[in-house]
Design a binder for this molecule. Sequence first.
Ligand SMILES: NC(=O)C1=CN([C@@H]2O[C@H](COP(=O)(O)OP(=O)(O)OC[C@H]3O[C@@H](n4cnc5c(N)ncnc54)[C@H](OP(=O)(O)O)[C@@H]3O)[C@@H](O)[C@H]2O)[C@@H](O)CC1
Ligand SMILES: [K+]
Length: 476
Amino acid sequence: MRNAHRVETVRAAEAALMARLPEGALMQRAAAGLAAACCSLLGRVYGARVVLLVGSGDNGGDTLYAGARLARRGAGVTAVPLGARVHEAGLAALRAAGGRVSDDPFEALAAADLVLDGITGIGGRGGLRPEAVPVARAARGSDAVVVAVDLPSGIDADTGEVSGEALRADATVTFGTYKPGLLIDPAREYAGAVRLVDIGLGATLPSVPDMEALQHEDVARLLPVPFASSDKYRRGVVGVVAGSARYPGAAVLAVAGALRGGAGAVRYVGPATDAVLARFPETLVHPGPPEKAGRVQAWVAGPGLGDEPGVAEVLASDVPVLLDADGLRDLSPEAVRGRAAPTLLTPHAGEAAALLGVERAEVEAHRLWAVRELTARFGATVLLKGSTTLVADPDGAPVRANPTGTPWLATAGSGDVLSGLAGSLLAAGLPARDAASAAAYLHGLAARLTSATATPVTATDVAATLPRAWSDVTTV
Ligand SMILES: NC(=O)C1=CN([C@@H]2O[C@H](COP(=O)(O)OP(=O)(O)OC[C@H]3O[C@@H](n4cnc5c(N)ncnc54)[C@H](OP(=O)(O)O)[C@@H]3O)[C@@H](O)[C@H]2O)[C@@H](O)CC1
Ligand SMILES: [K+]
C-alpha cells in the first residue's frame, strides 16, 4: 500500500520524532536520501552541473545539504536563492563543500544537467510566486533533469490542486510519506516519478493514513478466489441493466467487464439481449424488468441505458447496486440514502458536476473535494473517474487514488467495462470501496498492458486484456 498523509499529520509526526533525535537529524536523513536519488538519476556525479533553486524554508535547507553532498562527490553545484531568507546552515555547508551561489538563475540553468526544486515544500501556500515563475519555466525548458524536493513547488500538498503555476518535475523525491497531492491530479502530473525516502517517520505517523493507493499485492489480496465447493451462485451473480436500442454496445461492454470480474454468472436485463448473446453466449439474459429476472448478488445499472427503465427497480432491491452513466442522471440523494445495502456511484467529471450542480472544470480542479462531497451527499461509495480515479467511502475510510490510470482510457465505452467489472466484484462479495478500487486498478492496468506498444486502445481491447491484468496482479 502506498500511504499518504496530510501536512498537518506530517508536521505532528515530525515534531514527535524530532523530540527523540539530535537537532538537524531529520534534515540530514532527508538530504542524504535526496542526494542518493540524484546520484542514481545522474549516473556520473563527478563533473555534473547541478543547480539548486532555493526558497526561504526547510525545503531549501534539504536542497542545500543535498547539494553539499553532491559537491563533495565532485559535482559543480550552484545555488540560486529565490526567497527573502535562506537556510543559513545549509548554505554554509554548501559553500564549505565547494558549492557557489549565483543570482542569475537563467545563466545557471542554461548549462545544468540536474535541477533541484527546493523553492517550497509542505510549507508552500498557493502557486509559485511571480518571481519564481520564469525560473521554473526556464528549468522546465532546459535540458536538465528536474527533481522536485518533497513535492513540486506550487502544488497543494493536501488536495492536489494547483492554483496558478507550479514547477513541472521529471521526478519527485518525497520524505517520510507520500503527500495526497502527489497522488491526485492535476498536481500528480507535475511530480513525475515519485520516490519515497524513509526518514524514520513511520514510527510516529498514525497507522491509518489520510489517503492511500493500492499496489499489486493489495489488489491480489482483494480479488476473489473460487473454492473447490464454489458453484456459480456462491461465486455471485451480477445483474447488468444496460443498453438501449440506441446504445446496444454499452450493454455488450458492461457484460464484457462483468464476465471478467470473478462473479460466477452474469445476468443481462434489457433490450440488447441479441447483441449480448451474439458476443457472449455464456450470459443469462432476460428482457426485464429486473425484479423478474432472477436472483443476483449485485446490480449494475446505467451504461447506455438512455431512457429505458430499471434504475428505480434495482435501487429498490436489497443487494449492492452500482450506478453509472444514465443511471446517474437526475439521481436524487434520497433515492440512495435510504438503501440498506451498499450503493456505488461511478461518475466521470461531467456526471459528477451535474450531480453536484457545478461546472465540470470545478470538479476537475478539485477532485478530492468533489468525490468527498458526493459521498457525503449521497451516503454512497463514489468512484470518480478521470486522470486519477478516486474512491471515497461514506464511513470515512482513507480516500483511495488509483495509480494505474493512463490517458488511453479516455475512450468510448471504457467506463461501461469498468462498471461491469466493479459490479462483478461487488457480486463476488467485495465491500463497495474494495470492489471500486480493485476494479479501477485492473482496468487501468489492462489499458496500460494493451497500450504498451503506444497504440490507441479500444474499450473492447481493455475488456479482453482484463484476464492478463488479473494474472499480472495475482502472480507476483
Ligand atoms: N516535516 C518533515 O517531516 C520534514 C520536513 N523537511 C523539509 O521541510 C519542508 C518544510 O519546510 P518549511 O516548513 O520550512 O516550509 P517550506 O515548504 O520550506 O516553505 C516555507 C516558506 O516558503 C515561503 N513560501 C510559502 N509559499 C510560497 C510560495 N508559493 N512561493 C514561494 N515561497 C513561498 C514562506 O516564507 P515567506 O517567503 O512567506 O517568508 C514559507 O515560510 C518539507 O517540505 C521538507 O522538505 C525535512 O527537512 C525533514 C523532515
Ligand atoms: K519543492
